[in-house]
Design a protein around this ligand. Structure first.
Ligand SMILES: [Zn+2]
Length: 327
């Protein structure tokens, strides 16, 4: 599809009112999906694992799902830059999932020099308000943006990058989405589901991407729920937080919000996914011996493949399933 036609289609039908997980996937002409884990950490400080972030290459589109602290650094390490990213999905607005949103938008705006379309952003409320509070006239970065738009030195740099004054302010195309919505892309679609996490304070979403290269479900954060099992049904890859070792949860409420490794085994088995990618680890379970025990115990319940995620790990999917894993 030509770019102009695609943008028009996206604007007109980016959020359809029906669930589409069971419909035939869009035609991607056999192109594989490449998944890169940008950040597999938690809110705890870590140099090894950055905040939550996932990169999906689908056809000609580069999509990020969540962009927590450090995820953007990993994006650059993966060989891409902000200007390459076309779509950003946010599962929920815990800071470890969205703190690099500003970096993505501002670097994209600065380097893109008005030569690329605005970033398409999808997430739960209040992502639109967050965007305005970050990049609006009176936003956190309002004075910075004003200086870059108005100061001659910045205009000079903007022109050197190919821009034509007057320079526009960054204006991501934000669409707030909710469980049941479907976002249609160029050869892919994302179905929005509900994650069982920290409602009602935050709306928490999960995403399932389908194309003819395969299907990927990113559950955001959350524990075992029928909604997630339904969303992930039959997926090639389920990316699932594994925050905790079963049996050591401090409270039932905590377990419901973040799950445990045995809960993840149940989710993967009930959903019938082919590969379970574990992520979002606390340091205390990210240890030799413990991780092997977790994988072993999950495999007692779930017969598919179990992968202990690492930052910058890459997974390749074709229409015939998972064909490559590398770091
Ligand atoms: Zn969270």
């Amino acid at each position: 599809m030509k770019r102009r036609a695609f943008i028009t289609t996206l604007a007109a039908s980016s959020v359809a009112p029906t669930l589409g997980a069971c419909a035939p996937p869009p035609n991607l002409q056999g192109k594989p999906i490449k998944i890169t884990l940008l950040g597999t950490g938690s809110p705890a400080p870590s140099l090894k694992r950055q905040g939550s972030g996932y990169l999906l290459e689908v056809g000609d589109d580069l999509i990020v799902m969540d962009h927590g602290p450090g995820a953007h650094h990993r994006l650059i390490e993966s060989g891409y830059r902000a200007v390459d990213v076309k779509h950003a999905f946010f599962s929920h607005l815990h800071y470890d999932h969205c703190m690099d949103y500003a970096r993505l938008v501002l670097q994209r705006w600065d380097q893109g020099a008005d030569r690329i379309p605005e970033l398409k952003v999808y997430g739960p409320s209040p992502i639109a308000r967050m965007t305005e509070l970050l990049f609006g006239e009176d936003g956190v970065y309002g004075p910075d943006i004003r200086a870059r738009v108005e100061h001659q030195s910045s205009i000079d740099v903007f022109q050197a990058r190919g821009g034509k004054p007057p320079r526009k302010r960054p204006a991501p195309g934000v669409k707030e989405v909710h469980a049941g919505d479907v976002v249609e892309g160029d050869g892919w679609k994302v179905t929005v589901g509900r994650a069982s996490h920290v409602q009602p304070q935050l709306e928490c979403l999960a995403f399932r991407l389908d194309s003819d290269g395969g299907s990927v479900c990113y559950s955001g954060d959350g524990g075992l729920s029928d909604d997630l099992v339904k969303l992930a049904r039959g997926c090639d890859v389920l990316i699932q937080m594994n925050h905790h070792f079963s049996g050591t949860e401090p409270t039932a409420s905590y377990r419901a919000a973040v799950g445990s490794h045995k809960d993840n085994a149940v989710i993967a088995k009930r959903a019938g996914v082919k590969t379970l990618v574990l992520t979002h680890f606390l340091t205390q379970i990210d240890q030799p011996g413990v991780r092997e025990q977790i994988i072993h115990e999950i495999q007692q319940e779930f017969e598919g493949k179990v992968i202990w995620g690492e930052d910058l790990m890459q997974l390749s999917l074709t229409g015939s399933g998972l064909t490559g894993i590398g770091v």
